[in-house]
Design a protein around this ligand. Sequence first.
Ligand code: NAD
Length: 335
Amino acid sequence: MKNILLTGTAGFIGSNFVPYFLDKYSGYNLINLDLLTYAGNLENLKECEKNPRFKFIKGDICNRELVEFIFKEFDISGVIHFAAESHVDNSIKNPEAFIKTNVNGTFTLLDVAYKYWMNKPFAYKDEYKNARFHHISTDEVYGTLGETGLFSETTPYAPNSPYSSSKASSDMIVRAYHETYGLNTIITNCSNNYGPKQHDEKLIPTIIRNALANKPIPIYGDGKNIRDWLYVLDHCKGIDIAYHKGKAGQTYNIGGKNERTNLEIVAKICEILDELLPKDESYKNLLTFVEDRAGHDRRYAIDASKIENELDWKADETFDSGIVKTVKWYVEKYS
Ligand code: NAD
């Protein structure tokens, strides 16, 4: 049996990843560390609670003593690090928490892993020679695109928000632990995820919740900002493949080739709702433009050819199939 430490798994992506990973690998015990901030919810992991290979610890990734204790107590031989402050709007209002968790927290995990697994730079202890640190990151580190072009792994970092700059910083520290100490690291940078269990504050849950409550659906600016959407389980499969097959020290971009403006997202969701729960008038009439987010990046789009070609990953879900599943999940939640 191998014991793997997963952080931030009571949040959106982690809580989709854990049941998938538990089910797929019977040789892993999963030790889950999450602070249960406003963004974390144990309900998201309810389906795993009774699994003897699932253990949950409430705690802060910045707490070095706790992280060291977990490594020793469970003899951790792999890390998959999801924990982060993740909402751009909150990072504009309160950047400090983002620096603390995303930068200092990632540093703490890396440094404890390095000292637990290795004797000195480039010298792994025999029993940990395959131990790997996988850092989950975002395409937002690359900044914003014009009307054409895609983010690849060689695109220079140009983060614009406190959120993306804290994630970019954490990526750089991961890189340094590979380059300086020879730590076996992987970074995956993913585009916008959608699917079940996302926090209410994010775009797609907000559209559905407000539509169902007959409240205005707020859209920033002119609604023409473009994001590249990926179904969360496809992201989880990409993480699984990169964790197991990725080359040490490498970065892999994961994306869905599903560029949509925010207006297109609202229109699609409203169409699905119009069919599922028809009313006298379309849900589209609830759309309301609100003042734009400060420093709002215009367009993100990912070139995922490296992970597709080198590791054989591809998205299973199309946007049209994934968004229907997603809307149905939130209709159930909010009704
Ligand atoms: P989320 O906000 O839904 O969940 C974050 C989790 O981290 C929560 O459970 C929270 O309690 C926990 N957490 C926060 N601070 C912590 C701390 N100091 N110690 C321990 N736990 C802490 O985020 P998400 O959307 O699931 O994102 C997970 C990861 O994926 C993040 O690193 C994020 O940057 C990255 N990412 C997200 C997306 C996306 O579209 N959601 C896209 C690309 C990358």
